[in-house]
Write a protein that binds this ligand. Sequence first.
Ligand code: GSH
Length: 231
Amino acid sequence: MKVVLYELVGKDDHRFSPYAWRSRLALAHKGLEATYEPCRLTDKDKIAFSQQERVPVLKDGDTVVPDSWAIACYLEDHYPDRPSLFGGPVGRGVARVVNAAADTQLIPAMARLILGDVFATIDPADREYFRKTREPRFGVTIEAIAAGRDSQRQPWLNALGPFRLVLKEQPFLSGTAPAYADYILFGTFQWARCTSPYPLLDRDDPIYAWREKMLDLFGGMGRKAKGYPVG
Ligand SMILES: N[C@@H](CCC(=O)N[C@@H](CS)C(=O)NCC(=O)O)C(=O)O
């Protein structure tokens, strides 16, 4: 039986959740076929079976796993004979640092560049909910964030500093081949690619070249996603 991933959907079938992208790449890395079940932010009834209110949620037979990090750990532990996402317990521990950095530093910094475009991409039925839940997080309106985004590009580039230093020296965050740490960072970029034409990276940035390689993985699944050519 195929695995099912419940994931966020916007208007015109844009699948843009950075967390769901982590899980999509993790499934592909494990060579698992999946079906993708679209959920709007306000479709809470669709994921009520998971006893929480966020996507992604993985359903594998009778097993239900919410949260992208828990999903990666489940796939690693439940499918040990398939290619490893972490390369062992030490790698799992270090990937968790990347996960925390993406959640607490990169996603908030990127939001200050693309939130207006995300708002335009979400399903119209979710707009009121999105405004009501997101504006208090930033303490300003979505329109004010959009109007000030150019001033936030340098802080975003600075937040990428540790990743840039590593990618100057080695092809992937995980070393010579991509693994879950790369999928975490790449998922963040897919959030932008699927919602926003805003140029996030300069062409000579080592992260730009890395992102190109990531876009080509697994038959170009990232590149084929509905969105905007990368800037
Ligand atoms: N820590 C979770 C975060 C998941 C998350 O925040 N998902 C967003 C969509 S990108 C969500 O479902 N939000 C629900 C809401 O805002 O009501 C993970 O890594 O999966």
